[in-house]
Design a protein around this ligand. Structure first.
Ligand SMILES: [Zn+2]
Length: 257
């Protein structure tokens, strides 16, 4: 009897593995009434189609596509930094970032770069300060850690340490909302312009509403990440997170071997 349960359990694990390993958004295409295996096949077909359409000449190992998240932590990276509007970023993205800001201004929506490169040491500070603040508010150590995990990227797990990410807000909205980063800023036309046009400059909105499971981070209407134009346009067109996109690139590279 236990053996049968074990086999059933393994089958379930395998199926879940296939579904969760899929880079594509399975929710939109899979119908609820279809059987699990049909759903899996459909998802795999969509994945195959996406792989075949991936932009040429892009590799999962490209420096612009480095994935840093709570599952892929990185120690301090070494690269040259330069300042754009007083904010440090990786030197390689200065031109596209300046063009993005100039584009926003020209469209009538001047934007503010709130944050760019952050060192691992700084992220550690932000992390412990957050825990301290919650504890000072009377929360238990356990609660303080839980709340901090929800809102602050773990040290060595923040994309800001790549120098390829920037928190960008419509200046007017930012100044009239207490200089806060709030997802409701996406109601503002200027923020909408940034989100819509980011791919034209090689950036993507990194933490989308539909991508929270894949990124491990809640929706953020202000966090932009440089990935290069080809990748940004493909990711946006197919609503892929960076994690999902890189997974597809890896699959293409594996198949080519
Ligand atoms: Zn950010």
């Amino acid at each position: 009897m236990w053996k049968r349960n074990l086999v059933r359990g393994l089958a379930l694990v395998t199926l879940v593995g296939v579904l969760s390993g899929c880079g594509a958004n399975s929710q939109s295409s899979a119908s609820k009434s279809s059987s699990s295996s049909a759903k899996t096949t459909k998802t795999q077909t969509k994945r195959q189609r996406l792989i075949s359409e991936l932009p040429k000449g892009v590799k999962s190992t490209d420096a612009d596509l480095v994935v840093v998240n709570k599952w892929n932590k990185r120690s301090e990276m070494s690269f040259s930094k330069s300042s754009v509007n007083g904010i440090d970023v990786r030197t390689s993205i200065v031109k596209p970032l300046e063009a993005f800001m100039a584009g926003a201004k020209k469209a009538g929506y001047p934007a503010t770069i709130v944050s760019g490169y952050r060192s691992v040491a700084y992220q550690k500070e932000v992390w412990s300060q957050s825990i301290q603040t919650y504890e000072n508010e009377g929360k238990s150590a356990k609660e303080a850690l839980k709340l901090t995990k929800e809102y602050v990227a773990v040290p060595r797990g923040s994309e800001h340490e790549t120098g390829l990410a920037a928190d960008i807000m419509n200046t007017h909205w930012y100044n009239t909302h207490g200089n806060q980063l709030l997802s409701s800023s996406d109601k503002n036309k200027g923020q909408q312009w940034l989100i819509k046009h980011a791919p034209d400059y090689g950036f993507v909105l990194r933490f989308t509403k539909s991508g929270t499971k894949s990124t491990g981070i809640d929706y953020e209407s202000w966090h932009f990440r440089y990935v290069g134009k080809k990748s940004a346009q493909f990711m946006t067109k197919h609503n892929l997170t960076l994690e999902q996109y890189v997974s597809l690139l890896k699959a293409r590279e594996k198949a080519a071997k």
